[in-house]
Design a protein. Sequence first.
Length: 458
Amino acid sequence: MAVVAELGETVSKLRQAYESSRTRSLAWRQAQLRGLLRLLKEQQETAFEALHEDLGKHRAEAYRDEVGLLMKSANEALRQLGKWMTPEKVWVPLVAFPATGQIVPEPLGVILIFACWNVPLGLSLEPLIGAIAAGNAVALKPSELSPCTAKFLAENVGKYMDAAAVKVVQGGPEVGEQLMEHRWDKVLFTGSPRVGRAVMAAASKHLTPVALELGGKCPCIFDMMSSARELQIAVNRIVGAKWSCCAGQACLAIDYLLVEERYLPVLLKVLKSTMKRFFSDADAMARIVSARHFERLRNLLKDREVAPSILHGGSMDAENLYIEPTILLNPPLDSAIMTEEIFGPLLPIITLKKIEDSIAFVRAMPKPLALYAFTGDAKLRRRIVEETSSGSVTFNDAVVQYAIDALPFGGVGQSGSGQYHGKYSFEMFSHKKAVMKRGYLIELTLRYPPWNERKIAL
Ligand code: NAD
């Protein structure tokens, strides 16, 4: 745990490292990315153990969602870095002739990253890749709810990267609050809207820009499929996205399904058989992160109005922090399970008369981080894109958009602000400096006083 008195020193060491200018060079940035790749390769087994200890994640899930994705992102940053750092020439209007214009990306300075516990390695290192690629010094605060991964990061980051310019600070909310007392050049916060508000308020003291990676209720519109094969594939993707990503404790997890009443029996049959097939092994699904979150989820189900809507699953094991993959049918729309983000293995299904009604349903809720729709209907797809607002829209799959570097990742409205991944991560932690150079060949004296009416017409 970080001793609060030491934090000031940590921050000033980071600033010294940044002020030394060494983090700006292409060579330094490449060396950090290569170091991170070596860390992920050489310490892979220790990382799997930490993720298993913290969340009961299977190593295959840990590789798919964290280690493997991070290697992809670091490799991509290494490949593209030279291009991203190259100043962009822009056209300058003739009236300014002779002149040239450029946009020069410059590092912001010293960055603070707050990570969440559900993808504790990924949500720490994915933004770190962008921050070092952009030439910054970085403090990383992992979540106290995933202590083994936090310890893993604290023990290894300094061994593989420039330990004076990239530091891991362990601790809970009080350490987070103390960190926010200091001046940063940008803060990226991943977590709840409640803490996001506190971080933003604290950042205002130093006018520090903040990117908020929050969550919300990600809806999934499920239209009728045109064949049994398509139905099975769609359901595989839904079951995978709901329960195989940290047991539904994922910001991009499907929160609830919207389906036409008449299609429900067919969908349920395939859903249940697929859940059985995917999750019959005891270690197939991660566990709930903590007793507090277990209790929160139990309360969502225990609600007197909600309990009768449990259609499948619902069993719980408090000792092992396990909740069976659970389906609910039409819980009351004003119950907590339909107004709060679920962030766990519970899936409400809401039936509608017509699938088109889903658009009004989604619009009535706060803007989600992601919106999913399984549909072959081009008109419905167009309406969804044009008539709803969300961080992203994915058709006929879920969560996979997170792995696509060409697509910016981030929320809108209550689901957050600021986007990263791929080049967007580099941009998140860079300032686009406008650089203009003029010559002395022509001088338009019309721009100067003394003023007269002719100067207005021109
Ligand atoms: P949280 O908001 O309680 O904590 C997140 C981080 O903030 C932790 O590192 C914590 O130590 C720190 N913190 C807590 N209080 C603080 C304070 N007062 N000042 C400074 N730092 C403080 O985490 P949670 O509520 O368990 O996270 C779940 C939420 O995170 C969900 O809403 C989920 O959707 C969201 N989330 C978003 C993303 C994304 O990438 N958009 C990813 C994962 C989770």
